[in-house]
Design a protein around this ligand. Structure first.
Ligand code: PRP
Ligand code: MN
Ligand code: MG
Length: 182
């Protein structure tokens, strides 16, 4: 059913699982004995956060933040809004921000600066997808699952107007789905 709206699958479920295992192993070594706070940026990061954290074999804690910059359209509004803050203090903690995608970079620049300002000991970024061509501010992730071209991607957390987050893979949406709508 949902598959009919997808022009092309770019990253399969198996590839996402394998990559999550790989990054999970690296984080397991790097954060052994550090009890990092892993921060999921809702809503997009939910499926990847679940996949990745299962693959980390050392102590971690989890917390959640809701920020939004797209407000439903296909391009960033340029304004990052905090909708729900963390419950946990980040002071002196090693923080791992988990995102589904870094595009313009505005969301992650805002978040990284905010957490450093709150005196986090370290802030690293893991993102499932990087769209390097979309960048308008200077920020890079420390761990990138897949670097992909500047197309309208959906699935595995990535949405169009809140839909398609539940696809188990990442694909390009057919133009007819959004062209008369935005
Ligand atoms: C999307 C995505 C990232 C951000 C990336 O979130 O999940 O958080 O935009 O774009 P940027 O690099 O241009 O800032 P969105 O604001 O759409 O909210 P959502 O996670 O609820 O979909
Ligand atoms: Mn998001
Ligand atoms: Mg979105």
């Amino acid at each position: 059913m949902l598959e009919k709206t997808i022009k092309k699958v770019l990253v399969t479920e198996d590839e996402i699982c394998a990559k999550s295992r790989e990054i999970g192993q690296v984080l397991t070594q790097e954060y052994k004995d550090k009890n990092p706070l892993m921060v999921a940026i809702l809503k997009g990061s939910v499926p990847f956060f679940a996949e990745l954290t299962k693959r980390i074999d050392t102590h971690i804690e989890m917390d959640f933040m809701v920020v939004s910059s797209y407000h439903g359209g296909t391009s960033s509004s340029g304004e990052v809004k905090m909708i729900k803050d963390l419950d946990t203090s980040v002071e002196g903690r090693d923080i791992i921000i988990v995102e589904d995608i870094i595009d313009t970079g505005r969301t992650l620049l805002y978040l990284k600066q905010l957490l450093l300002h709150r005196k986090a000991k370290s802030v690293k970024i893991v993102t499932l997808v990087d769209k390097p061509e979309g960048r308008v501010v200077e920020i890079e992730a420390d761990y990138v699952g897949f670097s992909l071209p500047n197309e309208f991607l959906v699935g595995f957390g990535l949405d169009y107007d809140e839909h398609f987050r539940n696809l188990p893979y990442i694909g390009i949406l057919k133009e007819e789905i959004y062209q008369n709508n935005d």
